[in-house]
Unconditional design. Structure first.
Ligand SMILES: [Fe+2]
Length: 520
C-alpha cells in the first residue's frame, strides 16, 4: 500500500474513532439520565436535567420545553435552557412550535426566517437571532399533544437525522413522565406478552374481581377478541383462586373437578394446563387473578410460579391506581351534578340552563375541532358558569318586568361570586382554568362586558364559546320577563353583534352545530 492510500486509510480510521467517541459520549450521557430518572421522581427537577443533556447531545444553543395552556390558548415555556428570560409565551397553533403541536410531527427547519409560519416577534423582543430549529411534540396518556421541545441553533451546522432521533427519545421520555402514575392497560399488555414467552405458555390473561356482582371480568385475555368476558366467581379455577387467594398450578385441567369447560366450548379452545395466581394489593385485598394457559412443553414448573409472583406487585399497583382513578372520577361527576342541580333549584324556570349551555358549548367546540380534553374543560366550566347566582336574591332573579339599574348591578354580582366560589374549590390539574373560564362568560370582545371589561385577546377562548352558548340558550328559553325566541331570531341577534361582542368563528360554528342537530 502506498503512502497516499495509507494516510487515506488512517484518516478514515480517525474519523471512525471520532464518530465512535461521539456515540460513546452520547451513550454515557443517556446512561446518566437513566440513573437520574431512577433516583428522581419530581418532574419539575427532571425536565431541566433532561433538557440540559438533550441540548448538549445535539450541540444546540438553546433548548426550551413548552407546555400547552388550554384555557389561555397559549404555549408558555416551562423550561428554557440557555436563556435568561424564561417568561416566553407563544400563541397556541401559531409559529414553529404551534405548527409542531398542531401537526404532531417533528419539524427540522434549516432557516426559521424562510418559514412563513415563523413568528419573528419573539426574536425581536429577545434580541436573539434564530436560525436552525428542531421541534418535536409530546403527548399525554390519551395521546393528545401536551407540549413540545424546541432546540434552536445547532452550533455545528444543521440539525441531522440523528438529532431528530435524539429529540424523539427526549419526547418519549417526557411522554412517559406525563404518564407516570396513570393507569394504562397498554402498559400491562407487554408484561403479559413477556410473561407468556418466559413461561413458554400459549395464552396469558388478567381478570379483575367484582365483589358486588360476584364475577370476574377480563382486563386482558390473549386470544380472545372483542369486549371483556365475564366469569362467574363460583365456577372455574380463576374463580377459586379469586375467592381463596391460593395459587393453583393445574397440570391437567379436564381432570380437575373445579375446572369449568364452558369457555373452552364457547371459544373452541382446548385448555390443557393452568397456572393461576391471585393479584393482591399491599394490604392483602384480592384485586383479581393472573393466569397463563397451556405450557408448550410439559406442565408449569416452580420457576414459572416464581416468575408470576414477581410480576404480581407491579400489576397490583396498576390496578389499584385504575380503581382509585375510576372512583375519583365517579365522585367528581356526582359533585358536578349536585352543584349544577343546586343552581337549577334556585329557579325552576331556568332549570337545565347550565346543562343546555354545556351541550351547546361542547357542540361548538366539536365543530371547531377542539380536543376531547378541551371539550371536557368546557363542559365543566359551562355546568358551573352561573354558580354565583346562588347569591342573587330571588326577587331580582325572578322579576317579571324590566330590571332597575340597581337590580342589574346586583345580578352582575353573580360573576365575582362565581369566581370567588370556584377559585376556592380544589380542582384537578386539568380543570385549573375552570374558575377563570366560567367567570369570563359575560365579557365581550369590545370590552363592554362584565366584570373585568376585558377585550378580545384578554378573554380566554373557551369563555368566548361559553358566551355564545349562554346567550343563545337564554334567548331560546322562556324567561320571567319574556317568551322563548325561535332559533332563527336568536341567531339573528347573535349575528348582529359578531366581531363587536361575539367571535364570528364561534358564532358560525354554533350555526353549523345547530343545523346538524335533529329538529324536534
Ligand atoms: Fe351568567
Amino acid at each position: 500500500m502506498d503512502d497516499a492510500a495509507l494516510s487515506g486509510k488512517v484518516l478514515g480510521l480517525e474519523e471512525e474513532i471520532r464518530d465512535l467517541n461521539i456515540k460513546n459520549d452520547q451513550l454515557k450521557r443517556f446512561l446518566e439520565i437513566g440513573k437520574i430518572l431512577n433516583a428522581e421522581r419530581d418532574i419539575n427537577k427532571l425536565i431541566p436535567l433532561v433538557m440540559i443533556e438533550t441540548r448538549k447531545c445535539v450541540d444546540a444553543d438553546r433548548c426550551t420545553v413548552f407546555l400547552i395552556n388550554l384555557e389561555r390558548s397559549e404555549l408558555p415555556a416551562k423550561y428554557a435552557d440557555g436563556l435568561q428570560d424564561q417568561s416566553i409565551r407563544l400563541e397556541l397553533k401559531m409559529g414553529i412550535v404551534g405548527m409542531c403541536v398542531l401537526t404532531r410531527k417533528i419539524l427540522n427547519v434549516m432557516d426559521a426566517y424562510e418559514e412563513t409560519y415563523f413568528k419573528r416577534e419573539v426574536d425581536r423582543s429577545t434580541g436573539y437571532r434564530t436560525q436552525s430549529v428542531l421541534c418535536a411534540p409530546f403527548f399525554d396518556p390519551k395521546g393528545e399533544a401536551i407540549g413540545a421541545v424546541q432546540l434552536i441553533n445547532k452550533k455545528s451546522g444543521l440539525f441531522t437525522r440523528q438529532d431528530e432521533t435524539r429529540i424523539r427519545d427526549t419526547c418519549c421520555l417526557l411522554t412517559n413522565m406525563a404518564q407516570t402514575g396513570e393507569f394504562k392497560k397498554d402498559a400491562i399488555e407487554p408484561l403479559i406478552a413477556g410473561l407468556r414467552k418466559a413461561t413458554d405458555s400459549d395464552r396469558g390473561s388478567i381478570f379483575l374481581l367484582d365483589r358486588k356482582e360476584m364475577k370476574l371480568s377480563s382486563l386482558i385475555a390473549e386470544g380472545l377478541e372483542g369486549p371483556s368476558i365475564f366469569v362467574d366467581l363460583n365456577l372455574g379455577i380463576a374463580g377459586y383462586v379469586a375467592i381463596t387467594g391460593q395459587e393453583e398450578n393445574i397440570p391437567d385441567a379436564y381432570s380437575d373437578p373445579r375446572f369449568d369447560s364452558r369457555v373452552d366450548r364457547q371459544t373452541g379452545y382446548r385448555t390443557r394446563n393452568i397456572l393461576c395466581l391471585p393479584i393482591k394489593n399491599q394490604v392483602g385485598d384480592i384485586l383479581g387473578v393472573i393466569q397463563v394457559l397451556n405450557r408448550r412443553c410439559g406442565v408449569f414448573t416452580d420457576s414459572d410460579v416464581e416468575l408470576l409472583r414477581a410480576l404480581v406487585p407491579q400489576i397490583a399497583i396498576a390496578i389499584d391506581n385504575a380503581i382509585l382513578f375510576e372512583e375519583q372520577n365517579q365522585q367528581w361527576q356526582s359533585f358536578l351534578e349536585v352543584l349544577a342541580a343546586s343552581i337549577d333549584a334556585k329557579d325552576p324556570l331556568t332549570a337545565g340552563h347550565s346543562h343546555k349551555v354545556a351541550e351547546y358549548a361542547v357542540g361548538i367546540a366539536r365543530e371547531l375541532g377542539l380536543s376531547e380534553t378541551e371539550m371536557d374543560i368546557l363542559r365543566v366550566s359551562s355546568l358551573l358558569h352561573d354558580y354565583g347566582k346562588l347569591g342573587v336574591s330571588d326577587e331580582v332573579l325572578k322579576k317579571p318586568g324590566k330590571l332597575t339599574a340597581e337590580e342589574y348591578e346586583h345580578i352582575k354580582q353573580h360573576i365575582p361570586r362565581t369566581q370567588s366560589i370556584l377559585s376556592r374549590m380544589r380542582f384537578m390539574r386539568r380543570y385549573r382554568g375552570v374558575p377563570k373560564i366560567a367567570s369570563c362568560h359575560h365579557e365581550r370582545l369590545d370590552g363592554t362586558g362584565y366584570s373585568g371589561g376585558l377585550k378580545a385577546f384578554e378573554i380566554p377562548f373557551m369563555s368566548k364559546i361559553l358566551a355564545v352558548a349562554d346567550v343563545f340558550e337564554a334567548l331560546t328559553a322562556k324567561r320571567h320577563y319574556r317568551d322563548a325566541m325561535s332559533v332563527e331570531d336568536a341567531l339573528k341577534i347573535l349575528e348582529k353583534d359578531i366581531d363587536t361582542k361575539f367571535d364570528g368563528t364561534i358564532a358560525s360554528a354554533m350555526k353549523r352545530y345547530l343545523y346538524k342537530l335533529p329538529s324536534d
